[in-house]
Each structure stands twice: as C-alpha cells, then as structure tokens.
Design a binder for this molecule. Structure first.
Ligand code: FES
Ligand code: FE
Length: 435
C-alpha cells in the first residue's frame, strides 16, 4: 500500500490507461515519479552492472550503480565476482573513486579501514587500542548486493526476495542470445563504455530501444537517403515486435526482404554462431536485419549491419547500453560495443568503427535520437503536460503471429506499440508494489 493515497490513485489510473492504449506525458520528467522509481523499481528489480569481460582478471573492478547506490563490481583472487556498496562501514566515505582498475584491496582515505576486493574488512587502525575487543571485523564488511549472471551479463539487486535472474528474464534469453552468443565463446566488450550525461529521461530511451521502428525512417532519414539502410520507408515496417508479457522486456526484429541471413558476419563465424543457437533461434535471426531490444528496466541492445560505404553490407555491430537515471528527466548513458570473442582483430576493429560512427557518444544515429529525446523530456515538464496522455494504440487487436518460432507475444508488423504497453505495464506494477 502506498503512503501517498493520491499517488496510489494516479498509478492505478495509469495502470488502467496502459491496457487501453494510453500513457501520461508527465511521468517522463517528474520528481515524485523519479523518487518512487528509485525506491520501488530500482530498489527491487535486477539492474545490469557489468559485462564479465570488463573484469577478466583477478582484482579487476569497475564502479557501477543500482539505482542511486554506487557499487564496486570486482573479481576476487579466486575469480568470483562481487558487487559491494562503495561505502565504508566506518563513517560512510566513498571507498573507490576510480571507475575501473585492478586492486586486491581498498583502503579508505578517511580513517584507513582496509577491505579485500571481495568486501571483507581486514584492516582497522588501532583495533586493539581503540575498540577494546568490541569490534569484530567479520561483522563490518562492505554491504553486499546479490548478483546473478546470464551469458556474461552481471546483474545485481539489493532485494533479498527478488526471484532468480532466470525467472526475471522470463524467456527473453531466446532473444538476448542473438547479441550474446556470437560464436562458441560468446561476446566481449570492445574497450570501456562511453558514458555521458543527457537531459533525457531514462524511460524515453528504454522505450525507443524496446523496438521503436516507427521513428527510424524519420529521425534517421539521412541513413535511408545516403543508402545506409537497405530497406526504405516503404518496407521498413516489416518484421516483428516480440515481448515477454508481464516481464516488461521487448525487442523489435526488423526484416528486410531479400536480405541475406546473418549478413555482415564473416562466413566462418556465421557457421559457428548457428551452432551455438537453437534451430528456432537460427530461423528467427535469419529473418532479422536489425534487432533492437530492452531488458526491463534500463538495459538495451542493438545489432545491425553497417558499412562505411553506402549500399554495401559491411559488418554487424552490437551496442549495449544502460540508461542510468540521475534525476527526473536526466540520465547518464553508458554505451558499449560488443564483439564476437572469436572474431578476428580486423573484424572487431571494423565493428567498433561502425559502432563509433553510429551509436557511440558522438555517433550520428545517437545524435538524431538524443535531440528528439531531450526536447521530448523538456516538454514533459511543462504544466500543460500534466493533463496530456499519449496514444499507445498500435496493434491493440493484433493476434500473436503463430508461425513465429520465438517466445512471448509476437506481432507483425515491427511498427507496433505492443512492446511499449508491456514495458509500461511492468513499470506501473513495480511502482504499485505489485510486480
Ligand atoms: Fe572509512 Fe572512517 S570513513 S575509515
Ligand atoms: Fe534511433
């Protein structure tokens, strides 16, 4: 039960509106909603922390977030990964100021408490003289988050009651494998993430990457005009929108008629990728040119072929991105390039180049999106926005495509609001405490 009956009633309205294809504008830039999200959503759900390949060696660490909590995600000397709150247990100083590095221990810069990278407290200055035996080091380790992994993705939560990550993903793994099983040894990050702050609400980005094929021919029109997309405005709506009902995850699978299955991967790698996927996945992905999906709430992926030479297939690059909310209408974007571990260095470099030109911080496609997202965020804060709702009416009556061999609610065409209704339904369920 909410302590704020007014908010509770509003959320019930929102929840009902979603099922009827409506969603309010103001939630995309609102302090009260932001505060509630921190507590009820990011305090409860699984949040993406890091890719295992970012911390391959013992001692490697990165600092990341669960909601507004900063954590040290580190690999200990036995190779096990830990996610600990980056806050000294003595008086709360921030332990690690660096975003990444390698360390066996962390020493607090205030009074000098020392913790292993696993979080155990091992050093307390004047332990014998000052504490008279009252302080037991084993009771004062760093606060641990629960972690769980899928195919190299490390997620964390402080919610002891959260169900397993497997259950949380709820079948979306079928689609995630496209990005993560790029060959027998899977995928790895190519370098550290770009990250930058943007005046964009995290939800706008999460929705866009949950399969907004609708914006592409308009917002990214130059891509069509220059020949970077083999499809056209006329064929672009083809493909599928797939979502996992009740879980919030969704993916858009863009299909381009005449497109060669798996084009953009080197031939030898394609054969290996097919072996690491199930026949159903091979069938689904053979028909997919662009795949753009969101793991609820704020982790997204995009894969598509891109060539520096318009009209050519080029390479398939993958970007993985996280929208870390830092205020209402404001988020910090983290963006990685994922490459097949088994690909040649030349291929990895080419994929990284394609990623950099399109979806890195200064990528042309990224800029097309951000300009729209920032304006949309600004409009959401206006007083008139309080009473305005948006239509989420596409595909309300569409039945599942029974010929499609992937799980979830899958509809044609790709231009559809079905994934977004599912996404915002899950969001409202969390805020209502009913997820
Ligand atoms: Fe860290 Fe005192 S705050 S040792
Ligand atoms: Fe876009």
């Amino acid at each position: 039960q909410s302590e704020n009956p007014d908010m509770e009633a509003r959320l019930r309205d929102i929840r009902e509106g979603i099922d009827h294809g409506r969603f309010p504008a103001y939630v995309f830039n609102d302090q009260e909603i932001f505060d509630l999200e921190q507590e009820k959503l990011f305090g409860q759900a699984w949040t993406f922390l890091a890719h295992e390949s970012e911390i391959p060696k013992p001692g490697d660490y990165v600092t990341r977030y669960i909601g507004n909590n900063n954590l040290i995600v580190a690999r200990d000397e036995h190779g096990e990964i830990h996610a600990n709150l980056n806050m000294c247990r003595h008086r709360g100083n921030m332990m690690c100021k660096s975003e990444m590095g390698n360390a066996s221990h962390f020493r607090c810069s205030y009074h000098g408490w020392v913790y292993k990278n696993s979080g155990e407290l091992i050093g307390v200055p004047y332990l014998a003289e000052g504490y008279e035996g009252k302080l037991k080091r084993k009771d004062w380790g760093l606060v641990k988050a629960r972690i769980d992994t899928y195919e190299g993705l490390v997620f964390g939560t402080f919610n002891e009651d959260a169900s397993s990550l497997e259950d949380y993903l709820g079948g979306f793994q079928f689609y995630l494998d496209l990005y993560l099983k790029q060959g027998p040894n899977g995928s790895e990050v190519h370098g550290p993430p770009d990250h930058w702050i943007t005046e964009t609400d995290w939800k706008i980005a999460a929705e866009n990457f949950a399969g907004d094929g609708y914006h592409t021919p308009v917002a990214h029109q130059f891509g069509f005009n220059l020949g970077y997309f083999p499809s056209s405005g006329a064929t672009h709506s083809q493909g599928w929108a797939a979502s996992i009902p009740g879980k919030g995850h969704g993916i858009g699978l863009g299909h381009t008629p005449g497109f060669t299955p798996f084009a953009g991967f080197p031939d030898a790698l394609t054969a290996e990728i097919k072996k690491s996927l199930t026949p159903d996945q091979v069938e689904v992905f053979s028909n997919t040119r662009t795949a753009v999906g969101t793991v609820f709430p704020n982790l997204s992926f995009l894969m598509q072929p891109f060539s520096l030479i318009p009209g050519e297939t080029g390479v398939r690059f993958v970007t993985m991105r996280l929208y870390h909310p830092i205020g209402p209408g404001k988020c910090e974007m983290y963006s990685w390039c994922l490459v097949p571990k088994d690909a040649s260095d030349e291929y990895k470099e080419a994929a990284y180049q394609a990623y950099t030109l399109t979806f890195a911080q200064a990528g042309t496609f990224e800029q097309d999106d951000l300009e729209n997202w920032a304006r949309l965020t600004r409009m959401a804060k206006s007083s008139a926005a309080k009473g305005i709702e948006f239509p989420y009416l596409m595909g309300m009556e569409t039945e599942r495509d029974e010929d499609f061999r992937g799980p979830g609610h899958v509809v044609k065409p790709y231009v559809n609001d079905s994934n977004f209704r599912n996404l915002w339904g899950r969001w409202a369920d969390y805020l209502l405490g009913e997820a």
